[in-house]
Design a protein around this ligand. Structure first.
Ligand SMILES: C[S@@+](CC[C@H](N)C(=O)[O-])C[C@H]1O[C@@H](n2cnc3c(N)ncnc32)[C@H](O)[C@@H]1O
Length: 255
């Protein structure tokens, strides 16, 4: 039976763990998730001042990484309100430490959209399958550990491509399963047996977020299969980079 990825279930599940999401993320990955985002913003280099969009942003860690790396405005979108509340709190704490303080207020691309556009970073509540942005807007559109959660993967990919500027890049960072033995067996065992129990114990949520994780990763396309789905969505020159022995993969395509 396939995993239930209905918007309502996914939104509720992340809503329940929002307050502990960052802690669990860093703990369960031994902080390697920070390296994966660091790698992403170096591999897909922002250029110029056109805005960057990070969808399924959660508490915004990749959006913050883009903002630290470039002078461009960054929009961080997610459909789970409690995750955005945590993200906005982090933004308030960081206020002033991001590049070009006050830039958004002086003429950043999205200054009129919300009062919470501080330091060139704006959190927006939006479904990745129906983004409230005009076509051809962003120089980079990214999604980290989120595409797998979108109920219709292909519709999500088409939407990411739509809002990307011609010549711009769509970057997908996603979990994958190592393919080489014995790591495949050891990691598979950890991922299916240890991680869900520890995650569930610490998160204590009803929607079983940490059982959902290995289930959703297990049935999600990876490697060439996901690259093909990106090509079908209309992206070209799709490449992918295996990270940390294949535990995560970064996919990059051009519009
Ligand atoms: C595993 S978290 C990833 C958060 C963040 N990108 C990171 O790297 O930690 C997945 C996020 O995707 C969001 N999400 C899932 N489906 C979505 C959709 N259709 N539209 C917008 N956000 C969605 C969830 O609310 C959740 O915050």
């Amino acid at each position: 039976m396939s995993v239930d990825k209905s918007g309502e279930r996914v939104r509720r599940m992340f809503g329940e763990i929002a307050g502990r999401y960052d802690l669990l993320n860093h703990l369960l990955s031994c902080n390697v998730d920070k390296y994966w985002r660091w790698y992403t913003v170096r591999k897909v280099r922002p250029q110029g001042s056109s805005p960057i969009l990070d969808v399924c942003t959660g508490t915004g860690d990749l959006a913050f990484a883009w903002r630290r790396k470039s002078e461009a405005d960054v929009v961080a979108a997610d459909f789970c309100h409690p995750m955005l509340v945590v993200g906005n709190r982090k933004l308030s704490n960081l206020s002033g430490s991001l590049p070009s303080e006050g830039r958004a207020g002086e003429g950043g691309a999205f200054r009129d959209m919300s009062a919470s556009n501080r330091d060139g970073l704006l959190f927006v509540e939006a479904d990745a399958q129906e983004l409230p942005f005009p076509s051809d807007t962003f120089q980079i559109v990214s999604v980290a550990f989120g595409l797998r959660n979108i109920s219709d993967t292909d519709r999500g990919l088409r939407e990411l491509k739509r809002v990307c500027q011609p010549g711009g890049h769509v970057a997908v960072l996603e979990f994958s399963m190592p393919t080489c033995y014995p790591l495949k067996a050891v990691y598979g065992w950890y991922f299916r047996n240890v991680l869900p129990k520890v995650g569930q114990l610490l998160a204590r949520n009803k929607q079983q977020a940490y059982n959902y994780l290995p289930e959703s990763v297990g049935e999600f396309p990876q490697g060439e299969q996901l690259a093909d789905r990106m090509r079908t969505a209309g992206l070209s020159g799709v490449r992918y980079y295996s990270l940390t022995l294949g535990i995560a993969t970064l996919y990059v395509g051009k519009k």
